[in-house]
Design a protein around this ligand. Structure first.
Ligand SMILES: [Zn+2]
Length: 344
């Protein structure tokens, strides 16, 4: 669509909510809501260090990365059986459908589970079955296996080896967890092997880490997308490269706010990234923990930064173009996007 209609500000929130979109940066373990954690704990006889849903909900008001990780791992401890993984993914997919997500490329952290003795097959089978069933919801869902970067290269290789028999159940690999002190280079050989397998490659870079990590994610890991990448704005040469090569950035504004990458949402640099011609997108990261699903990210960011309908269209378009969907699926998504804007 070359002429995006001007939309009066009061109608923008409804358009943001209704417009079709893809979500490219969502950690399924980060979508576990307190109610589901308690339900799974009861089902599996797991004792939680929280007395009630309310107490756990209050603990979600964490103040730093470590307190977030404490809750994150306590939450994950209830995931033991294939059905648990299914239920977690299904709960997310229903939220995605409600936010008019047509395509979701979902990260999962197998090492969080295999380290607790849960077999790789249990994790992948449960998540994959939910992704298949998501067709009933009108959501195309795919999985991306993430390596935890604070663990060793050897552990990443072990994880890959366990997952490769299920190679057809996930479309790519990523790199997540604590960025600082764990540069992309640490996983160069693992990513080279994944590339030989024909897997798509993405990595978290430039969230808290420096632009140098974005350069090495591109040059050493040879990733196709950068997750977060907001620190790229410090480096004009990097910004030019990201724009010239149409490298998508999966930006997560409410996560950035909660983890204090930007002190206020008003100061978020999403507009700067778009103005520089980058393929920036809006995503929820760990929505149960960071204050909302993808539509909440759109609504709050637009309200805080004054972005308009042109930006909304660009962001939704970027999400489809930056996805790993095939060309015919992308064409269908973009037709639905154009129809939504034509009716706005
Ligand atoms: Zn993330």
């Amino acid at each position: 669509m070359s002429n995006v209609p001007a939309v009066p500000p009061e109608r923008l929130p409804a358009l943001l909510a209704a417009m079709p979109k893809a979500e490219l940066h969502i950690h399924v373990e980060g979508s576990l809501e307190p109610e589901l954690i308690f339900q799974l704990a009861r089902r599996n006889g797991v004792r939680l260090p929280y007395a009630s849903v309310e107490e756990l909900r209050r603990a979600y008001a964490f103040s730093n990365l470590q307190s977030f990780l404490d809750i994150y791992y306590a939450g994950a401890s209830v995931l033991l059986r294939e059905q648990d993984f299914y239920d977690m993914a299904w709960a997310y997919l229903q939220r995605a459908q409600a936010d008019n997500v047509l395509r979701a490329e979902i990260f999962f952290d197998p090492q969080t589970h295999t380290a607790r003795g849960v077999p790789m097959e249990t994790v992948i089978h449960g998540l994959h079955r939910a992704c298949q069933d998501a067709k009933q919801l009108g959501v195309d869902a795919e999985l991306i296996l993430c390596f935890l970067r604070h663990l060793s290269e050897e552990e990443a290789f072990d994880t890959l080896e366990q997952a490769l028999p299920l190679r057809d159940r996930f479309i790519g690999v990523g790199l997540d967890s604590s960025e600082l002190g764990h540069p992309p280079e640490k996983f160069a050989r693992v990513f080279a092997k994944c590339r030989q397998q024909g897997l798509h490659l993405v990595a978290h870079a430039g969230e808290e880490g420096p632009p140098a990590y974005v350069w090495s994610a591109l040059d050493v890991l040879k990733v196709e997308r950068i997750d977060h990448g907001v620190q790229s704005a410090q480096d004009p040469a990097l910004m030019k490269r990201l724009a010239d090569e149409h490298i998508p950035l999966t930006v997560c504004p409410l996560s950035n706010l909660k983890l204090r990458v930007f002190p206020k949402l008003e100061q978020h640099n999403l507009r700067e990234l778009l103005d520089a011609g980058l393929v920036a997108t809006v995503n929820s990261d760990d929505p149960a923990y960071f204050g909302g699903y993808v539509n909440a990210n759109f609504l709050e960011t637009f309200a805080a930064t004054g972005l308009d309908a042109q930006h909304a269209y660009r962001l939704a378009r970027n999400s489809f173009e930056g996805s790993f969907a095939d060309a015919s699926a992308k064409k269908k998504y973009l037709e639905r996007l154009d129809a939504a804007f034509a009716a706005a």
